[in-house]
Design a protein around this ligand. Structure first.
Ligand code: NAD
Length: 431
């Protein structure tokens, strides 16, 4: 099939690459010309393991191309995936202006049947609005359908997730649209949940909010554990063996981040409010998440006393490992707060430093993990990159001014760290 993917960010690029790999002809379109220029030169604008290889292979086979003309992509394709950003507005709602723009453009450009599929994460009723918008501007009265097909990939394992999903959710009100989408995904073995658009949109918000709730639950537990002298990891293990609960997303840490959970939780609260329901459960999830960042900062204060003028070695800026994405990263928020308190930051992240430099200039960005530790008063781990799990502890001790080790990701064993001579602080585990 001929597919246009509008928006070539984390979701759009992976969607483009994977549909091309499945044998479809894909045009990726973006209104950021610098991104498209990079892609035309086969340079990746984002870091995502495995993406470059698939794009290069399918580019050579003529199955994938890129354009900065969204109109051109629409004209040449029957299937149009909307993968643009839906960032948060001041009031917590989702900014749907990019989605609306694409819908209007589709209406203006189409001369034959189009299936417009929303893959961006959007509040319930967005599909209905996309349909109304296209109807309004569709002067030529061309036939079209709108569908919802939310994306559940995780950055860092996005290719695998796209091609091996736990489920594919298809929300459409027309039989033709459902049939086309089932055909499109026929080579991916997964449960297909076929439903109406509103339900499909709510499945996505409900899923992300539920996962965020699990993280906030673990973080709340970590607070109790510190007061009760108990181990949050062991509690998560003990809970996780229960199949009704599951172990995933029960790790305590510095809070959730990224371009999904924070904005989706707040958009879900906002749309619930608009629909007349006060989603106080999710408001607590948000509040716990904010508190957790301050809880980590308090750990630094408790370890160093006076912060002004101290130097901190920070490992990790991305919101999670295996990505260069720093959007709503708790690590970035914590570092910003520490800078305000007069702390000098030496930081290292394997992939996220170029993005971080665009947001925070006054960090001393280092070439490797050990470089951050030279003459630093303490070490703070904020992202659980694999590289940070096996540091040479003797070297760390030698480089730091004092052996103060704050592990916001619970990567090390407290007893072993004590034995190694560190003042070691983690999250929700006995000192
Ligand atoms: P992104 O910011 O990386 O990509 C969005 C792209 O859309 C950008 O390249 C931007 O230039 C482009 N764009 C914006 N307006 C446009 C327009 N009018 N025309 C053409 N291009 C336009 O965002 P992302 O992380 O890929 O997320 C996209 C959507 O997918 C969001 O709704 C997000 O919530 C959802 N989502 C993200 C993830 C994830 O892990 N990042 C996972 C599932 C769902």
């Amino acid at each position: 099939m001929n597919i246009a993917v509008i928006g070539t960010g984390y979701v759009g690029l992976v969607t483009s690459a994977c549909f091309a790999k499945l044998g479809h002809t894909v045009i990726g379109a973006d209104n950021d010309p610098s991104k498209i220029q990079k892609l035309k030169n086969l340079q990746m604008p984002i870091y995502e393991p495995g993406l470059e290889e698939i794009i290069k292979e399918n580019f050579a086979q003529g199955r994938i191309s890129f354009t900065s003309s969204v109109s051109e992509a629409i004209k040449k394709s029957t299937i149009i995936f909307i993968c643009v950003g839906t960032p948060p507005l001041e009031d917590g709602g989702a900014d749907l202006s990019a989605v609306e723009k694409v819908a209007r453009l589709v209406a203006e450009e189409m001369t034959e049947y189009k299936l417009v599929i929303d893959k961006s994460t959007v509040p319930v009723h967005t599909g209905e609005w996309v349909k109304k918008t296209i109807e309004t501007y569709n002067k030529k009265k061309v036939e079209f359908d709108v569908a919802s097909n939310p994306e559940f990939l995780r950055e860092g394992t996005a290719i695998h997730d796209f091609l091996n999903p736990d489920r594919i959710v298809i929300g459409a009100d027309s039989e033709k649209a459902k049939k086309l989408l089932l055909e499109l995904y026929k080579d991916i073995e997964a449960v297909k949940v076929v439903t109406d658009m509103n339900t499909s949109e709510l499945i996505k918000h409900a899923s992300n909010s539920f996962l965020a709730m699990k993280i906030s639950f673990a973080n709340a537990l970590s607070r109790i554990c510190e007061k009760a002298n108990a181990d949050v990891n062991k509690i998560a293990d003990g809970m996780g063996y229960d199949k009704r609960i599951g172990r995933a997303f029960l790790n305590a840490g510095p809070g959730f981040g990224g371009f999904c959970f924070p904005k989706d939780v707040s958009a879900f609260i906002h749309i619930a409010d608009k629909l007349g329901y006060d989603f106080h459960l999710l408001k607590s999830v948000e509040k716990t998440n904010e508190e957790q960042k301050r809880f980590i900062i308090k750990k630094v204060e408790d370890a160093l006393w006076v912060l002004n003028g101290k130097t901190l070695a920070v490992l990790g800026l991305a919101f999670k490992p295996n990505t260069d994405d720093i959007r709503f990263s708790p690590a970035m928020d914590i570092v910003s707060e520490l800078l305000k308190k007069g702390v000098k930051i030496n930081a290292y992240d394997p992939e996220a430093m170029e993005n971080a430099k665009k947001v925070i200039e006054n960090i001393n960005y280092c070439n490797d993990a050990y470089g951050t530790m030279i003459d630093a008063d303490a070490l703070l781990i904020l992202t659980d990159w694999e590289d940070f799990k096996n540091l040479e502890l003797d070297k760390v001790k030698k480089l730091l001014k004092a052996p103060v080790f704050i592990d916001a990701r619970n990567l090390y064993d407290p007893a072993a760290m004590k034995k190694a001579g560190f003042t070691y602080r983690s999250v929700g585990r006995p000192v």
